[in-house]
Structures are given as structure tokens and as C-alpha cells.
Write a protein that binds this ligand. Structure first.
Ligand code: ZN
Length: 417
């Protein structure tokens, strides 16, 4: 069987045929070149409008990289025709294996983008003897295509989250679809301001915004304001993940401050190395940690009081009726306000202020478990962390859509794995 036969089986074109296929003798790496030429009497197609026109002239031969095979690099060689288009003037013809100025064939770009979902971009570049830039362009192409072709109908529930990226306090706002049947990253915006989220609703459009039933978010004020203004009809839920994260943060603050005070007063450093004890759920503690926690609990410390308040608050989520959950919340807030622990009092104040939104969790019957947004949050952090190569916002954006967007890919006649 000849190489040409194989190529025709897996990668055939309507208006182009394979010509000579040869081994390149003086290449650095084993290389095969396959010539392409237009089918006899075929007219070139204008790359701009897609219309046919008479040929004008031919450009020099260009090389387009195809998927390597058996450790051999494969290139297509083709001298593009220029078409005298009645609408656009003289333009380069459309070539079905390549788009725009890319030096990779589209098939190869999809192949690399597929691997870039499983490996880091650097690893993909190494594995296929190509460059980071080629991998990036491939992923960018896949993301652009996927975003253009994704189905945005039926979005009823969204979750709004933010992650820190790069160093310092730089944030990205991420909006996820969290419907039971379809969970994916929908949109990314810079920072976490009013303007950011307004950008999301502008992108979503009025029609689709009207169809939103549930919106989950944290208590970040700019988000609350925009949601109330743009989607007041939807049930707005303050989600469990973000609230418990806030409580953990408060405990951390109390503990750090108290540890410092104790040290200054010359007491035993009982609180050092206790950070994880106080942040973990009791059921996740090791035996040794359990013993240490039991020791700690004997001290009448603010950190311990805060810890117990947080553990008590877990009960809140187990209620079924919004009414009784509300009663519990009120009692918990009163108790916490009497604790004289400022960071905890701050939390109680803001929970009180957002009481109706908190109780919406029960109106939605807990169907949007904290796990969904939390899971996405972890993956998003991992993606941006893995990507220290991303110096630009654009690259981070592309990586996040690629990893979390559940974007569609085109159907092809032959799967290249
Ligand atoms: Zn044209």
C-alpha cells in the first residue's frame, strides 16, 4: 500500500489531490513531504467570501505541517493560487487543510489541542517535537471554534466565582453554567468589579438572562449589586462553599492574632501548627490531630470558640425548611455577636444582612451543592497555576476555556486519536 493511498483514506479533499510524496534527504529530523495540487479544471475559491472565481496567479510553495507518524514529520507542500474574485478582488484561495496564516494544518492543530487537554502545553510541545507557540495557536484555534459553535440554549442556573491569578491581588471573574445536565465554564472577565459582571450580562443578552432561574454567588458586594439589577427575577443563592470559605478565613485571622498575643505574653505556643486542625472538618482529622484538638479544646481561647462556632454553623446546611433554617441562623448570629471575637462578628453581621439570599439555598432545595462551584474553582486554580507560561491575560483565558468550557469539536471522518 502506498502512502498516497493511506492519505486518501484518512484525509481526502474534494478539489485537491496528492501528488508526489517523498522522503526529504537532508532534513534535521526524518521528514516526508506530500505535494498537493488542485484537481484538474477546478476553480479556486476566494478565502474571503467563499465564492468561486478564475485563477489569477500562483504564490510560492508553502509548507503545512501535518500530524507526525512513526517518528517522521509530515508536511504538505502547496503553491496557493490567487483568485480574481468578482466581489473581493484578488485574494488567496481557500485551502481546506489550513486557515489563515497558520503553518499547521487544521487537522494537526486539532490533534495538538486534544492532547493539550490532558498534558501541559509544554509537555505537548516536547512530546510532538514542536514549539510552545504552535501548541498555543492550536488551543487558541480550538477555543475560538468551540466558542463560536457551542449551544447556549437552556441555561437556567449559573454560578459566579472569582480566582486570583498572577501575583498580588489580580482577580478573574468566572461564570459557570451549573445545570444538572450541563456544567461548564461560560464566561471569563478581568477583575471582579461591577463593570466585570455587567460585561457578562451584556454578553449573555437580555433574552437568555430572562431565562435564568438560579444564580449562585458569594457575598462580594459588586456581584450582589449587578445580580439584583440585571437578574432580579432569578433566585439568588449565596452558596455554601463561599460562606464556609469565609468562616475558615475568619478563624485563620483569629488564630494568627491570638498566637501572636500569646507569644508576646510568654505563654506556651499551643496554637502554633494548629492551623490545619482548626480548618479541617473533624471527620477528616488523623488520630494524632484528634488528640491535639482535644488538648486544645481545654483552653478557653478565641480560636477554639471560633472553631466551635464554625462547626456549629455546618448544621445550618442540613435544614430542609427555610423557616427553621432561618431560626437557626438568627440564633447563631446572636450567639456569635456576643462572642466578642471581631472577625467572627463581621461574618455574623454580613450573614444577617444577606439573610434572604442565604435562605434561598433552601428554596432551591440544595440542588446546587457547594461541590459544583468548588470543583470548578479548584480546576481553574490548577489550570492557571500549571500555566506559569501565561504571562498574558489572553493566554490564561484560552487555557481556562479549553480546560473547563466543555467546548464542542468538529466531527471528522477519521479520528487521529
Ligand atoms: Zn471573494
Amino acid at each position: 500500500m502506498q502512502l498516497k493511498t493511506i492519505l486518501n483514506r484518512i484525509h481526502k479533499f474534494k478539489s485537491f489531490v496528492y501528488g508526489t510524496i517523498r522522503w526529504v534527504e537532508d532534513a534535521k529530523e526524518p521528514t516526508i513531504e506530500a505535494e498537493l495540487r488542485p484537481r484538474a479544471n477546478s476553480q479556486p475559491i476566494c478565502s474571503e467570501c467563499g465564492g468561486k472565481g478564475p485563477g489569477y496567479d500562483r504564490l510560492p510553495i508553502r509548507r503545512f505541517e501535518f500530524i507526525p507518524t512513526w517518528g517522521i514529520k509530515v508536511f504538505f507542500l502547496y503553491a496557493p493560487r490567487r483568485v480574481d474574485c468578482p466581489t473581493c478582488g484578488i485574494r488567496v484561495e481557500r485551502m481546506p487543510w489550513s486557515k489563515g496564516k497558520y503553518r499547521l494544518t487544521e487537522t494537526y492543530a486539532w490533534f495538538l489541542a486534544g492532547w493539550a487537554r490532558r498534558l501541559s502545553w509544554k509537555e505537548v510541545a516536547e512530546a510532538f517535537h514542536t514549539t510552545w507557540d504552535h501548541v498555543f495557536c492550536s488551543v487558541e484555534m480550538a477555543v475560538t471554534w468551540g466558542r463560536e459553535h457551542r449551544d447556549l440554549s437552556g441555561i437556567a442556573a449559573i454560578g459566579i466565582d472569582e480566582i486570583q491569578w498572577q501575583r498580588g491581588h489580580k482577580y478573574l471573574t468566572l461564570v459557570y453554567q451549573i445545570d444538572a445536565g450541563c456544567r461548564r465554564l461560560l464566561w471569563i472577565g478581568k477583575k471582579r468589579k461591577v463593570k466585570t459582571l455587567l460585561g457578562f450580562f451584556r454578553w449573555l443578552g437580555k433574552e437568555r438572562t430572562r431565562k435564568l432561574d438560579y444564580i449562585c454567588s458569594d457575598m462580594w458586594k459588586p456581584y450582589l449589586r449587578v445580580i439584583a439589577k440585571k437578574a432580579g427575577h432569578a433566585i439568588h443563592i449565596l452558596d455554601r462553599f463561599h460562606i464556609m470559605a469565609k468562616l475558615s478565613k475568619a478563624i485563620d485571622k483569629v488564630r494568627a492574632q491570638e498566637a501572636r498575643e500569646l507569644k508576646e505574653k510568654g505563654y506556651d505556643p499551643v496554637l502554633t501548627k494548629s492551623r490545619w486542625l482548626l480548618l479541617k472538618r473533624p471527620e477528616n482529622l488523623t488520630e494524632k490531630q484528634e488528640t491535639k484538638l482535644a488538648d486544645l479544646l481545654q483552653y478557653n481561647l478565641k480560636s477554639i470558640k471560633s472553631y466551635l462556632l464554625k462547626e456549629e454553623f455546618q448544621l445550618f446546611w442540613s435544614y430542609k425548611s427555610p423557616y427553621w433554617a432561618g431560626q437557626f441562623l438568627d440564633k447563631w448570629c446572636t450567639k456569635t455577636m456576643r462572642s466578642k471575637i471581631e472577625p467572627m462578628k463581621d461574618i455574623a453581621r454580613s450573614l444577617r444582612k444577606h439573610r434572604p439570599l442565604l435562605l434561598n439555598w433552601f428554596r432551591a432545595k440544595g440542588q446546587f451543592s457547594s461541590g459544583i462551584v468548588e470543583g470548578f474553582n479548584n480546576k481553574a486554580k490548577l489550570t492557571t497555576r500549571k500555566a506559569y507560561g501565561f504571562r498574558t491575560y489572553h493566554a490564561a483565558e484560552i487555557a481556562l476555556y479549553h480546560a473547563l468550557g466543555a467546548l464542542p469539536v468538529p466531527k471528522v471522518a477519521h479520528e487521529f486519536f
